[in-house]
Design a protein around this ligand. Structure first.
Ligand SMILES: Cc1cc2nc3c(=O)[nH]c(=O)nc-3n(C[C@H](O)[C@H](O)[C@H](O)COP(=O)(O)OP(=O)(O)OC[C@H]3O[C@@H](n4cnc5c(N)ncnc54)[C@H](O)[C@@H]3O)c2cc1C
Length: 588
């Protein structure tokens, strides 16, 4: 059951006596939701999930029809309609609304740093791209923690357990867009490709045939992501599939041994005995404080940004210690294009009538989930390497996990996706760029002893020279792609952003100036409570995810990843949840 108030949870009766017997707790994000589901499969375990935010799944269940009233429910639609993910954050009700400290390498700009403040966590507000990373990424992870349970081959069965490859909403044949043999077909979280063909699809695929820098890759989740392929998305029937809609679907929430308390903000974990941390302190919306003690374990899944502050406010670890944050710099590059009237999704955001028509199609019985609203903005992705002959490698080792692991990413969208509101007219194609092998390391820390104060987030962008060199390479790759022969009559020019314009021949200095003014992040922080080998005197958790030096407390979220994969990170969050569930079940 899902509860909105502590009193209702308490009134649910006998559960408390029972919970005291076997209680396992977590917070309710991407990995936490996976854990809540898998642990409550065992009816002998009683599981309570605490989530600081609310639940849009509960809302969807209450309002089972997709016929929404636009104004009133706008935020909820933004979490559900795939195209509207670009409106889900930043600075909304479902966002923690964090920002970074001023970034020296980015003209001292403060960058929005969204995180999901809702059941399902950031999987409920993200852009839904589903990328596992390379085999080499996870083999490096396993080697760094000296435990092969975290290697690629060990994790693939858990990805397959998590995934359910589903047909796109338009039911087209996907055999040339995704390799079904790579995926799970019976898992809980739906993975699919776009169900809305667009005018750039054939041009993207044609580019893979005319330029060897952009080879076609049928499935970037095979362990070898290099090349250009169709984006896989966590979407089901034209609606977002999140950790909340999948792992916490109503049939699972109905389990008598699973309870979820919303609007419960964990402030600290407290010792139950010396070095045994099984008591959670949390506040409800009115600011009342409660303590609950788990019989077996407390599991912290508050994500890379919020897990370290909870530990620090609990006196776990050195208060002054800064946790290391690996972060992926990125920014949108947008090109104006020659398009027919509805060839891009721009008119949807430029014209309220077009928006309403598209939303009506998506939300009406009979056409539910279809049309442009039911498809993610990202249609294709390219994963690229800087050639090993590049001069930077004479002085700096290759930061990628191996020769099949990318340094750079291009995210292709058939319309404007930007930091600014879309222009009121015109048609666009986005080729956002990212450095997915960053070597700069930032920090997360706290600035006061108030557990409700926001953490201090310092990504420390471009501290390493190689990240700058790679960003220039990413920009040049984006231009080469956008001006490749198949786009000859289509792409016109890069748009001006904050007074800066780039061209195919921009110098290093011009690219650097553009980056300083426009760069942000693709929101993939990891490593803030990193795993290290058993016995190592560094790191926060051991390979069983237990906080070192303590009992009763584990961490299960992306903060434990010792190094950022060259990928979007939700697939890693799901697999960490699945892997952890088996480790925890086995230990009890
Ligand atoms: C705008 C955006 C777009 C993204 N797009 C993509 C994408 O397209 N593809 C991709 O793979 N990844 C994407 N990501 C990243 C990805 O979604 C995250 O890396 C992943 O979901 C994180 O999972 P997690 O379990 O570590 O943390 P989260 O999912 O963030 O879970 C943490 C949970 O803990 C809760 N919580 C935190 N503090 C407390 C507290 N004190 N008390 C109680 N509860 C608390 C939070 O509310 C949240 O529910 C995106 C991220 C953002 C912000």
């Amino acid at each position: 059951a899902i509860f909105e108030n502590v009193a209702d949870l308490q009134q649910s009766g006998s559960s408390f006596d029972f919970i005291i017997l076997v209680l396992i707790r977590a917070t309710g994000g991407t990995s936490g939701a996976v854990l809540a589901n898998r642990l409550s499969e065992n009816s002998a375990f009683s599981v309570l999930l605490l989530e600081a935010g609310g639940s849009y799944v509960q809302y969807l269940t209450t309002h089972s029809s997709l016929t929404y009233t636009l104004q009133r429910d706008a935020d909820i639609i933004n979490l559900s309609a795939p195209l509207l993910c670009i409106l889900a954050t930043p600075f909304t009700q479902q966002d923690w609304n964090f920002t970074t400290v001023p970034q020296a390498a980015l003209n001292n700009r403060v960058i929005p740093y969204p995180r999901g403040f809702v059941l399902g966590g950031t999987s409920s507000v993200n852009f839904m791209a589903y990328t596992r990373g390379s085999k080499e990424d996870f083999d490096r992870f396993a080697n760094l923690v000296n435990d092969q349970r975290w290697s690629w081959n060990s994790l693939v069965p858990y990805w397959k357990k998590s995934e359910k490859l589903t047909p796109p909403v338009d039911n087209h044949n996907t055999s040339k867009q995704v390799d079904a043999s790579v995926h799970g077909l019976n898992g809980l979280n739906s993975i699919t490709v776009t169900g809305f063909p667009t005018e750039i699809d054939s041009k993207v695929i044609a580019t893979t045939q005319v330029d060897s820098q952009f080879p076609f890759n049928l499935d970037m989740n095979s362990g070898n992501p290099l090349g250009v392929g169709w984006a896989q998305m966590t979407v089901l029937n034209g609606q977002r599939s999140s950790a909340a809609t999948s792992y916490l679907a109503s049939s699972f929430v109905a389990r008598p041994n699973l309870k979820i308390l919303l609007h419960a903000r964990v402030t600290r974990v407290l010792p139950t005995a010396t070095n045994d941390f099984r008591t959670v302190q949390f506040q409800d919306r009115q600011g009342n404080t409660f303590n609950l003690t788990a019989n077996k374990e407390v599991i912290l899944s508050a994500g890379s940004v919020s897990t370290p502050p909870i530990l620090m406010h609990s006196g776990i670890g050195d208060f002054a210690t800064l946790t290391s944050l690996a972060i992926t710099p990125s920014f949108p590059l947008t090109f104006s294009v020659n398009s027919n009237s509805n060839g891009t999704f721009d008119p949807i955001f430029q014209n309220p009538t077009t928006f309403t028509q598209s939303l009506t199609q998506w939300s009406s019985a009979g056409t539910a989930g279809t049309g442009r609203m039911g498809a993610e903005p990202i249609s294709h992705m390219a994963w690229l390497r800087v050639p090993s002959t590049a001069s930077i490698f004479a002085s700096v080792p290759d930061p990628a996990a191996g020769s099949n692991t990318p340094h750079l990413e291009l995210l292709i969208t058939n319309g404007w996706v930007g930091l600014q509101a879309p222009p009121t007219s015109g048609h666009y194609m986005g080729v956002a760029v990212a450095v997915v092998s960053p070597t700069s390391r930032g920090t997360i820390t706290i600035s006061s002893n108030d557990p409700l104060a926001p953490p201090v987030i310092d990504p420390n962008f471009f501290h390493s020279e190689i990240d700058k060199v790679f960003m220039r390479a990413a920009v040049r790759a984006a231009f080469r792609f956008a001006f490749s022969q198949p786009f000859a009559d289509y792409v016109v020019a890069a748009t001006t952003l904050n007074g800066f314009t780039l061209t195919s021949t921009s110098s290093d200095e011009e690219i650097d100036a553009y980056v300083r003014q426009n760069c942000g992040t693709v929101f993939h922080p990891v490593g803030t409570a990193a795993m290290s080998p058993v016995g190592a005197d560094y790191g926060v958790v051991d390979p069983d995810l237990k906080v070192k030096g303590l009992t009763g407390l584990r961490i299960v979220d992306l903060s434990v990843m010792p190094i950022v994969p060259a990928a979007h990170t939700q697939a890693a969050a799901y697999v960490i949840g699945e892997r952890a569930a088996d480790i925890i079940k086995a230990s009890w």
